[in-house]
Ligand binder design. Structure first.
Ligand code: MLT
Length: 246
């Protein structure tokens, strides 16, 4: 069995990995998913001001699970956290592979920052239903199944507005990780959603081009959350990548 740790997107939690939890064992994967501080079952945790703190939470989680070596993966914000993890803890050599889905290495551009401030204010003053109204049309295709949309809305509406605002500001201020890419020595899978407007396929193609041992795959018929929108296609790429590592 291969240990794999997957980190969720914003403003979701570990429940976004439900399809992968159902299929992992049969694919030889021991899947570990966590709620980043402030999200899901970690709602009571102190709110981390930076993504480096989230990376430290991943480190504590992997230590608590006794993982000697593992594949690290993340979607979007989860990918930003994976980069922060590599910077802070990659030197330990415990990461044996990377799965980077719908994410980017670059920091926020200056013109993106006012949008982050606005989203943090929406979370604090209008609550999670207003955040979900803004996020949902960007996360999945407009023709996504209604059950998927309502599941995502329920997960988003269950998050703490304070944790959501803190995470938005942490993403706003995250470091640029472009300098890390050429030094990533482990096999890496970069996954794009063909219709993603947040991190379009070219972003993931460019990411894969800068990582020495990277494979790039586009999942058709999906937007920002391929693992939920097309779980079978996502799993096919994910499982074959992990199998090749074992
Ligand atoms: C996410 O899905 O985690 C967020 O859309 C990432 C971001 O806003 O940069």
């Amino acid at each position: 069995m291969t240990d794999v740790v997957l980190v969720h997107a914003f403003p979701l939690d570990a429940r976004m990995w439900e399809p992968q939890l159902a299929t992992a064992a049969a694919a030889g994967i021991r899947l570990h998913v966590l709620d980043l501080p402030g999200f899901g079952s970690s709602a009571g945790a102190a709110l981390p001001p930076t993504l480096d703190d989230h990376a430290d939470a991943v480190q504590a989680f992997t230590r608590a699970r006794g993982l000697a070596r593992f594949v690290l993966g993340g979607v979007s914000m989860g990918g930003y956290v994976a980069f922060a993890y590599l910077r802070r803890w990659g030197g330990e050599g415990r990461v044996s592979g990377l799965v980077l889905s719908n994410t980017r290495a670059e920091a926020d551009a200056p013109e993106a920052k006012p949008g982050r401030d606005e989203m943090a204010a929406v979370a604090r003053t209008q609550g999670m239903s207003a955040v979900a109204d803004r996020m949902l049309p960007r996360l999945v295709r407009s023709d996504a199944p209604p059950e998927l949309k309502s599941r995502l809305r329920a997960i988003m509406e269950s998050q703490s507005p304070q944790a959501t605002a803190a995470a938005v500001l942490a993403m706003r201020d995250r470091r640029d990780s472009s300098d890390l890419l050429s030094s990533i020595a482990v096999p890496t899978l970069c996954v794009a959603g063909a219709g993603d407007v947040i991190t379009p396929p070219d972003v993931l193609r460019g990411l894969a081009a800068r990582i020495p041992h990277a494979r790039f795959v586009t999942i058709e018929g999906t937007a920002h959350l391929p693992n939920l929108e097309a779980p079978a296609a996502f799993d096919a790429a994910f499982h074959s990548f992990v199998r090749a590592l074992a």
